[in-house]
Ligand binder design. Structure first.
Ligand SMILES: [Fe+2]
Length: 162
């Protein structure tokens, strides 16, 4: 098993479209994420009221919650391990069909130059990523929106049941 990420087909095309419509209706609720150390890291997030998302969250046997993430064009997200914040691993589904979704780079530690692996996202698929491994991203010229299902359980536990 790869310790960094794994791709799955979880949501149908229609479900992804519904989630995209929900994202549009929440667009005014995004804000710059501030890390536990007080830094802005380039991620813009929206933690919506969960009720409209329960039908999607009910697909999973572990406790989880839904959020959206937005990256502005060309933004650089600095290399980090996520604050746990009940997101030890996250199932990421890219929104709005876009053949050029910027990848996420994973590193063995906080110091090496060369990524250990690169996570390429594909529209229509969902990727469970291990947020407790070092990762970063550099967005391209496109707005980048994604739907996140966040788990407190660790990556190895969740990847087993997807
Ligand atoms: Fe992250």
């Amino acid at each position: 098993m790869r310790p960094y990420f794994e791709s799955f087909e979880i949501f149908s095309k229609d479900e992804i479209q519904e989630i995209e419509n929900l994202c549009v209706s929440h667009v005014s609720q995004f804000f710059e994420y501030t890390t536990n150390k007080g830094n802005k890291d380039g991620n813009r997030i929206c933690v919506p009221e969960q009720k409209p998302f329960l039908k999607y969250l009910n697909k999973f046997s572990f406790d989880c919650h839904a959020m959206f993430m937005h990256h502005k064009p060309n933004v650089q997200v600095i290399r980090h391990v996520d604050d746990p914040n009940k997101r030890n691993c996250v199932l990421i589904t890219p929104l709005y069909n876009n053949s050029k979704i910027s990848p996420c780079y994973f590193y063995e530690n906080g110091h090496v130059e060369t990524p250990a692996t690169i996570c390429h996202y594909e529209y229509g698929k969902s990727t469970l990523i291990n947020t407790q491994q070092y990762h970063d991203l550099k967005n391209n010229e496109n707005e980048r929106y994604s739907f996140h299902v966040c788990f407190e359980n660790n990556f190895n536990e969740v990847v087993e049941v997807l």
